[in-house]
Design a protein. Structure first.
Length: 381
């Protein structure tokens, strides 16, 4: 048995391939199993929150489409139709268990803009207080590249710390994490327990995707990393085990468990790394001594060789080393135009260049979040 004590709130994410049948019609049996599990958890005093996929797939079925549209507007129309249909079905099943549901549709902006994140968090809080189970999906009908989260594994990992969940379970068509791709190797073994996500774990994620969902193993490992760093456990599990939900929450060893880190990151660092999209980037000189993983230092203009993107002072930007790898994110004291003027210069020259004497550092050490070397290139690209 896994050592799960004091679980008070869980988030489960169910993938599209588990929510629809082969013909893309809604898998009512699955919806029934989810609600039945939630009802049993409620009796045990455990709150549930659902992150649901399936909107686009269900919409395709409603519109008689067999292939995922490549046309963005049509995909969005599918999501609009499918989300409504999906919610109608969830509600009719939830009624049988006397459960109350509330729908929340979000995009990346709702996390990135702090004010909206606080409002979202307050709404969710109030739903739990009023015994309403949040049913969350990306607002796919309005999602475009600039504002979308992109996959529901990541979305679930962004939501989970916000609702102070103790456990996130990703239900999909994958049993768990294997040491090799089980579709290619007969001797692939499933790992039941991951203590610490490192390069070897990341390399096991092949990025294979299922036919209808957008997630794969890579997005699941990324979700595990976000969850574990934010202080909660995460399980990857096959949705054919959904009837075991209560047993999983009680600690039965089903699927792969990714254990929370003992020392989790601060909510500010969590926000800056995972919940914001950078507005631009600065590239550091090859002589920049990268010991950021040991000690945070401020980024001075003398060490900057290039600045990309257009952004204002106060924006969050990526800091890349000379190989083009993002090694940190930070809040810039200068706009992109100003950085382009002062890069390579000493602060004593600022007055001549800018017409005023600004701060000597482009990014102060206090406004910098360092990406651990073992994760370079993994969750921020
Ligand atoms: N939000 C998408 C949908 O409801 C699914 C995204 C995913 O598969 O991760 O269709």
């Amino acid at each position: 048995m896994r050592d799960f004590k004091n679980i008070k709130r869980i988030v489960i994410k169910v993938g599209s391939s588990s929510l629809v049948k082969k013909d893309l019609s809604i898998n009512i049996k699955m919806l029934n199993s989810i609600m039945s599990g939630f009802s049993k958890l409620k009796d045990l005093g455990i709150d549930s929150c659902l992150v649901t996929s399936g909107a686009i797939a269900v919409g395709m079925h409603e519109l008689g489409l067999t292939k995922k549209p490549t046309n963005m507007a049509l995909k969005q129309a599918c999501a609009a139709v499918g989300q409504a249909k999906l919610m109608e079905s969830y509600n009719s099943v939830a009624n049988l268990y006397e459960l109350k549901l509330g729908q929340i549709l979000v995009n990346h902006d709702d996390f990135q803009v702090r004010k909206r994140m606080v409002l979202l968090s307050d709404t969710l809080d109030s739903m739990f207080k009023n015994n309403i189970i949040p049913v969350i999906n990306e607002n796919d009908a309005l999602a475009v590249d600039e504002i979308k989260v992109g996959d529901n594994d990541t979305l679930a990992s962004l939501i989970s710390p916000m609702v102070s969940a103790d456990l996130l379970i990703l239900f999909s068509d994958i049993n768990g994490l294997y040491d090799k791709n089980p579709k290619l190797y007969d001797d692939a073994k499933m790992i039941s327990d991951v203590k610490h996500i490192d390069e070897s774990i990341i390399s096991m994620a092949t990025g294979a995707t299922s036919k209808v969902g957008t997630g794969g193993m890579e997005t699941k490992i990324k979700a595990a990393l976000i969850s574990n760093m934010s202080g909660l456990d995460m399980i990857i599990c096959n949705s054919n085990k959904i009837d075991e939900l209560v047993n999983i929450v009680k600690g039965e060893e089903i699927g792969t468990l990714f254990n929370k880190y003992e020392k989790c990151i601060s909510s500010r660092d969590d926000w800056m790394i995972f919940k914001t999209n950078s507005c631009g980037q600065i590239i550091l000189d090859k002589n920049f001594k990268n010991d950021l993983n040991v000690k945070k230092v401020s980024i001075l203009p003398t060490g900057i060789t290039d600045c990309k993107g257009e952004f204002l002072k106060g924006s969050i930007i990526d800091i890349k080393n000379s190989d083009g790898v993002i090694i940190a994110k930070g809040i810039s004291n200068y706009s992109s135009n100003e950085i382009n003027l002062i890069k390579g210069h000493k602060s004593s020259e600022f007055t001549d260049i800018l017409g005023y004497k600004g701060k000597s550092e482009v990014i102060h050490a206090d406004n910098l979040v360092v990406i651990k070397e073992e994760f370079y290139g993994f969750f921020i690209k």
